[in-house]
Design a protein around this ligand. Structure first.
Ligand code: WT7
Length: 650
């Protein structure tokens, strides 16, 4: 064994940094277990990506793998044609029409299974219904739905007729929905009456109504799924349709999948941008689907006969890529779970893994931290022997959480893949191949075959192993965004830098790389905060807070687990609690519940440099209880002590 390095381990635990070999039993059945894949992809790049494209069925074959004539506006498989819905449904019918495609588990433990044949029927009927509403190829359809079967059904229905979908996370506010619809110029909205949050029924339609009022054009149609039945009666107004009535009228119809060019838009997904204005990340049909299918197979080791569970909400990119498109492209059984991990109690996840004999489970560190906090007795009470592989995504996982996950969920045997990627990358770029590579707890891993990265300093020079720098991707990859909605200039400005060796994609993440090429992600270098694996920017949060009457300035930082807002007020009214509630309410309204800080700290001043820049790093250190260094560059060093004592870290 190698000597432990770093100071992250404590004496009573095994050294955290020892690489762990993949277990033999896993290697024997792994989808990828031949090391030559790295060399093969390297030697034949970009043609190697034809291996990914070969997982799909093409309506018209492509001749060019990568068109880079207009770099960095790369075009993958640009002269090929295919349909994503056909690839996720029709082509599986011959071999596995009676195999379950989606097992849905509702919050009240309702269950519904859709075989590939069932799903094909539903998607065809939904596609016919969209057509009836006048939706044509390239019309953007917004889906504002919780984790119910109609969400993946509508995504695939859109894909079938070539209408890009724009899924907006159901928990986002009316304001956020209107902003995303308006920016995408989307005239059709699919939503629902409401959904359950723990015991309560929650009204979604009223949020959709509020968003509709905010738009500066009128919707051509709003389709409303009846999720709650008699528990919540909603009124349907002008151009508003009941989903069941609309779709039922089309049951039994088939809609020919529309052949799409590989570079045609499959969907747009809005994510927080550094300017505070959400960015509409556009994903193309061919490259995206190929990369997603290939990584679902090579990294998540999913096989058609598996039951696979990606716990991420379909409202975010992880749910798009690894909850819907990846697993269905491979013809496996995917679980869609509407509930939370602790309702009705903390056994829930493990009970579902046992009951459904889940083979591959993919979740985020924030969930794993909750599991740790609740205790190992919950997973240990259940049969988890079906689990073959565990995955994690969304933020760096600490070696401690990694070990806990392996020990208590994986029985110390199951391999773990830590997968690094972004909304923009569409699919996984950094990860170990679980049947090949050693695992290093805490490090995401090396770049996948066919992916080239560099960790560089400010000037773009690669840094030495162990030093910190910026993670860049130095060659294009198939799943990459094809651009930002309405902004080639913004796209190139925000993501690409021209170097002596060509264009380099800027990830916005700080990282280190070790001698073996394993990358450890250190977090964002811009003003983006990842909270609960959702991306928020300080600008959008702070802009919302200062709209609250009485607030003068705000700075928001992440403390590793949640958000903490430092706020200065006009006069001390002595009504801190009222103001806190107003701030929470404003954030809920502007963005949604994910944006509500765990703590709101009032301070007479924010620490600033002499040039007036807020020292966010310092606030972060205070929030996390870290040592902070020299503060002599501050204009107002005295506030540091004050803030620290308020927050209780001194
Ligand atoms: C940012 C992207 C793509 C999945 C969901 C988040 C962070 C993602 C990891 C990982 C360390 C990670 C990065 C990245 N991130 N995966 N395995 N280890 N950090 O998508 O909202 O687009 O956020 O999430 O900071 O840039 P996203």
């Amino acid at each position: 064994m190698d000597a432990p390095t770093g100071d992250r381990s404590s004496s009573d635990e095994p050294p955290f940094d020892d690489p762990i070999e993949p277990p033999t039993a896993f290697v024997e059945t792994a989808n990828v277990s031949d090391r030559s894949i790295y060399e093969r992809f390297d030697r034949s790049w970009p043609a190697c990506w034809g291996e990914a494209a070969a997982l799909l069925e093409w309506e018209a074959p492509y001749e060019t793998v990568l068109d880079d004539t207009d770099a960095p506006l790369y075009r993958w498989f640009s002269d090929g044609e295919l349909n994503a819905s056909y690839n996720c449904l029709d082509r599986h019918l011959e071999e596995r029409k009676n195999q379950v495609a989606i097992t849905w588990i509702g919050k009240r433990d309702e269950r519904q299974s859709y075989t590939y044949l069932d799903l094909h029927r539903e998607v065809n009927a939904a596609a016919a219904a969209l057509r009836e509403l006048g939706v044509e190829a390239d019309d953007v359809v917004t889906l504002y739905l919780p984790m119910i079967p109609q969400l993946p059904i509508m995504m695939l229905a859109c894909a079938r007729i070539g209408a890009p979908h724009n899924v907006v996370f159901a928990g986002l506010s009316a304001e956020a929905l209107a902003q995303r619809m308006g920016a995408a110029e989307s005239e059709v909205l699919v939503t629902c009456d409401g959904y359950y949050r723990r015991e309560d029924a929650f009204n979604q339609k009223s949020k959709a109504d509020n968003a509709r009022i905010r738009l500066d054009y009128d919707l051509s149609a709003m389709v409303v799924v009846d999720r709650l039945g008699p528990e919540l009666a909603v009124h349907l107004g002008n151009n508003e349709y009941d989903y069941d009535e609309l779709v039922t009228a089309h049951r039994g119809e088939t809609v020919e999948p529309v052949a799409r060019n590989a570079t045609d838009l499959l969907f747009v997904m809005y994510t927080s941008g550094t300017t505070g204005e959400p960015k509409g990340v556009e994903h193309a049909t061919g490259g995206y689907l190929a990369h997603v299918a290939w990584t679902t197979q090579a990294v998540l080791d999913v096989k058609p006969q598996d039951t696979y569970w990606c716990a991420a909400d379909i409202g975010w990119i992880t749910g798009h890529s690894y909850g819907v498109y990846g697993p269905l492209a491979l013809g496996t059984t995917s679980i869609v779970y509407e509930g939370t991990p602790d309702y009705p109690d903390r056994n829930r996840i493990w009970e579902l893994i046992e009951r459904n004999a889940v083979n591959v489970f993919y979740t985020a560190p924030t969930a794993i931290r909750s599991f740790m906090k609740w205790g190992a007795e919950f997973p240990e009470r259940h049969d988890r022997s079906s689990l073959r592989l565990l995955g994690t995504v969304g933020e760096a996982i600490t070696p401690r959480a990694w070990r806990w996950y392996r020990e208590h969920v994986g029985d110390g045997e199951t391999p773990i893949v830590d997968t690094w990627w972004q909304t923009e990358t569409g699919a996984i770029l950094l990860a170990t191949l679980p049947g090949l590579s050693k695992m290093k707890p805490g490090a995401a891993g090396p770049p996948l075959p066919g992916i080239d990265i560099a960790v560089v300093d400010e000037t773009g020079e690669p840094i030495a192993p162990g030093e910190t720098g910026y993670l860049t991707v130095t060659k294009p990859w198939p799943g990459m965004l094809r651009g930002l909605r309405g902004g080639t200039d913004r796209y190139i400005r925000e993501y690409w830098r021209e170097t002596d060796n060509g264009w380099a994609y800027q990830t916005g993440d700080g990282a280190t790389i070790d001698e073996d090429g394993y990358v450890t992600i250190l977090g964002r270098v811009d003003d983006v905060i990842n909270v609960d694996a959702h991306r928020l920017t300080t600008t959008e949060l702070e802009a919302a807070i200062v709209e609250v009457p009485g607030v003068t300035e705000a700075a928001v930082v992440g403390d590793g687990a949640g958000l903490i807002a430092f706020v200065t007020v006009r006069h001390d009214t002595g009504e801190d609690e009222k103001l806190r509630e107003a701030i929470r309410a404003r954030l809920r309204e502007a963005i949604g519940a994910v944006a509500v800080p765990d703590r709101i700290v009032f301070t007479p001043e924010l620490p600033k440099t002499r040039s007036g820049k807020i020292m966010r790093r310092l606030l972060e250190d205070i929030a996390c209880g870290n040592e902070f260094g020299d503060i002599s560059a501050l204009r107002n060093p005295e506030v540091v002590g004050e803030i620290s004592s308020t927050i209780g870290n001194t």
